[in-house]
Design a protein around this ligand. Structure first.
Ligand code: MLT
Ligand code: MN
Length: 309
């Protein structure tokens, strides 16, 4: 199985277009050790030929251009793509807006939880994906699904599981967090397997790590996990917003209940943070926070990073 990180940043990207925080400024000016990153997406393939996208970010056009394996190919039909399917793990803008770029009468299958499909169905703009060409297939929670393309199996299987998350930001309806925190499919994690016994988990949004998540991840060959913020309150400290990471549905990396501590001690081949927000100090390779995550056995995801399992 091959996995390519197409975009390692969270919503907004890095640098974010309107952000003057020091990290976005450094990324914009090309400061050493501060690499730019596009918004959250992966591509995975069991055979290197048939590819499945995991989330479709607003940057998908540039991401595909930067990834020759995802080009239509040097010859063949006038309309072609190695992308057979797209799996969406929540309905946030950074994970669904790229679906609009994938119009142009191209067949593929679109997989998501029932809750995420309901969000897409409620928004008529997604009808640009002609239902005659783009089949919408439900991923049942807690079960395994063979991911198929329009021309048959891709060789990849995903098992889905609900994680602590929340409804998409644009669907929040007021100030009471109890109204939008969810555990039932607004946000899912996926375990990818290729039939050969290797497993990678992809969890780009997760508000808390509990015992059942730890149990699931134990023994995985690779974990690609929510790296939105390092400190729960870093957005406020940076002066760019008042929300904590947890309030946005993202467990911080640091702290006694943070992801590094909560996932410590599990047997996992590679641990890679993805969906990294533009306030997260680990984006600066020279920062003490970066040193901390590396010493804890984590990698910090970058666009173009490949995992071969
Ligand atoms: C998130 O991950 O919290 C969302 O992508 C936020 C957003 O929609 O901008
Ligand atoms: Mn996001």
């Amino acid at each position: 199985m091959k996995i390519k990180i197409l975009g390692a940043a969270a919503g907004g990207g890095f640098p974010q277009w309107n952000c003057n925080y020091r990290l976005s400024r450094d990324a914009r000016s090309g400061a050493p050790g501060v690499k730019r990153r596009t918004q959250s997406s992966l591509a995975a393939s069991a055979d290197g030929e048939r590819w499945v996208l995991f989330n479709a970010s607003p940057d998908i056009g540039a991401q595909l251009l930067a990834t020759p394996a995802l080009h239509p190919g040097p010859e063949g039909p006038l309309r072609a793509t190695p992308i057979r399917a797209v799996v969406v793990t929540n309905a946030d803008v950074d994970h669904i807006a790229g679906l609009l770029t994938l119009r142009e009468r191209q067949p593929f299958n679109l997989y998501a939880s029932a809750k995420v499909h309901a969000v897409l169905e409620a928004n008529p703009i997604f009808r640009v994906l002609d239902p005659a060409l783009v089949r919408r297939i439900e991923l049942p929670l807690g079960r395994s699904t063979h991911i198929e393309g329009p021309d048959g199996p891709t060789g990849l299987t995903v098992e889905t599981y609900a994680v602590a998350g929340k409804v998409a930001l644009f669907l929040e309806d007021g100030g009471d967090p109890a109204k939008f925190v969810s555990h039932d499919g607004d946000t899912i994690g996926v375990a990818l397997t290729n039939g050969g016994g290797t497993t990678a988990h992809y969890v780009p949004g997760c508000a808390a790590v509990d015992a059942s998540l730890r149990h699931r991840i134990e023994g995985a060959d690779c974990l690609l996990f929510d790296g939105t913020v390092f400190h729960d309150d870093e957005m406020e400290k940076a002066g760019v917003g008042h929300k904590t990471g947890r309030r946005m549905g993202h467990v911080p990396m640091s702290g006694p209940d943070g992801s590094i501590a909560a996932l410590n001690g599990l047997r996992v081949g590679r641990r890679i943070f993805v969906h990294i927000n533009n306030t997260n100090p680990v984006l600066d390779e020279r920062s003490p926070e970066r040193q901390h995550v590396v010493e804890a056995g984590w990698e910090v995801g970058e666009d173009g990073m490949e995992v071969v399992l």
